[in-house]
Write a protein that binds this ligand. Structure first.
Ligand code: G6P
Length: 367
């Protein structure tokens, strides 16, 4: 096992560091002459353009990847996307028509609820597409079409690299749809595809912050409660950051859409409560800063994650982690890396069993 860890103390840290390569391995086979190309996956030409709606179904981290996918697809292709937790989807009697594409996202391809959701979609005679990491898994076998993510084996129970590669395919789907629907020109798709490739480099940039994150985690390790705040893509990231921290460090935390804080949760913000504020979306920064001030005014200890070049004054944040400047749209790649490292180092500081957290399983095959 030590050899498999490649010198890293835990699989989780190793897998966080594998993300740049995992991204390249997943994206490269789907790009020809600078444009998305799905022929290697056996998708018929213009496959995506026949759909008017997309339904994403998944569990846990894969569901959070779906939330990013929804935002990107809706933004670039103007197609409504719904995201459901698989165990809810099955019992909510979903209203779906024939031109809906159901995308099941799963690292293992064996999650019982996701598999059952896939079977329900097939029963409803809907087109199904699985985004799966494990070759030959049940979901991969049963879905009408499969897109494999090439992250390599993910051993740590807490999922890290699988999330990044899942979102990379959802981005490529968004570019394809945007072009097929005539909303993006070929040149725009070329630029977006280049930026997607560059996201691997952006992850490397985030990994260079590791030592600073390790230091910051020392002050999080004693927390009993913690909040993650964000707007837009940063809200979806906050959900994943919060799940990661809960899974491995056992600190109680919640993700909140920053603007919603004042409708209840702010009552829990008291002296010394850590707040991790995601501020990677330049367009939403002024609103985020005013939400952050609402928490600092109540004594919160604020950690801001933002881009180089943004001005975050000392009086709003105790710690500011600055990521290399990159287009807002692609910030989830470096930002999630920071959140994964925060979870990892907080758990390490607390002496937790990082790769095998209590009560959790890598793949949940019960409903
Ligand atoms: C379990 C794992 C999570 C994972 C979820 C969905 O709960 O502990 O890390 O996100 O299942 O797994 P899947 O294999 O379907 O992506």
């Amino acid at each position: 096992e030590q050899a498999q860890k490649d010198g890293y103390e835990h699989f989780m840290l190793k897998e966080i560091h594998e993300q740049p390569d995992a991204l390249r391995h997943t994206i490269s086979p789907r790009v020809k002459n600078g444009l998305p190309d799905w022929s290697g996956d056996g998708l018929p030409k213009d496959f995506f353009s026949r759909f008017e709606r997309i339904q994403i179904v998944a569990c846990g981290t894969a569901m959070h990847a779906g939330m990013i996918g929804k935002t990107i697809i809706e933004k670039l292709a103007r197609i409504p996307v719904e995201v459901d937790i698989a165990s809810e989807f099955r019992y909510r009697d979903p209203i779906l028509t024939g031109n809906t594409l159901v995308i099941i996202v799963s690292q293992s391809g064996e999650t019982a609820d996701s598999l059952a959701a896939l079977r329900l979609a097939k029963q409803m005679e809907l087109s199904t597409l699985a985004i799966v990491n494990v070759a030959g898994s049940s979901i991969a076998r049963e879905a009408e079409h499969v897109l494999y993510t090439f992250a390599g084996p993910e051993i740590s129970v807490a999922s890290t690299k699988a999330y990044s590669v899942q979102i990379s395919l959802l981005y490529l789907i968004a570019f394809t749809l945007g072009q097929e629907k005539g909303l993006l020109s070929e040149e725009q798709v070329r630029v977006l595809t280049r930026q997607l490739f560059a996201s691997a480099e952006a992850v490397r940039g985030a990994l260079r912050l590791q030592e600073r994150i390790e230091m910051s985690a020392k002050s999080l390790a004693g927390a009993e409660h913690l909040f993650f705040l964000g707007r837009g893509l940063d809200y979806a990231l906050a959900c994943e950051g919060s799940l990661k921290l809960k899974e491995v460090s056992y600190v109680h935390c919640e993700a909140y859409a920053a603007g919603e804080l004042k409708h209840g949760t702010i009552s829990l913000i008291t002296e010394g409560v850590p707040v991790i504020a995601l501020c990677t979306q330049t367009a939403l920064l002024p609103k985020m800063l005013s939400n952050i001030k609402e928490t600092t005014a109540r004594g919160a200890k604020v950690f801001v994650i933002a881009k180089q070049g943004e001005t975050i004054s000392q009086d709003v944040a105790d710690t500011v982690l600055l990521l290399d400047d990159f287009d807002d749209l692609f910030m989830p790649f470096p930002a999630v890396t920071v959140l994964q490292l925060i979870a990892y180092f907080t758990a390490r500081q607390r002496g937790c069993d990082i790769d095998k957290p209590r009560n959790l399983a890598k793949s949940v095959t019960v409903e």
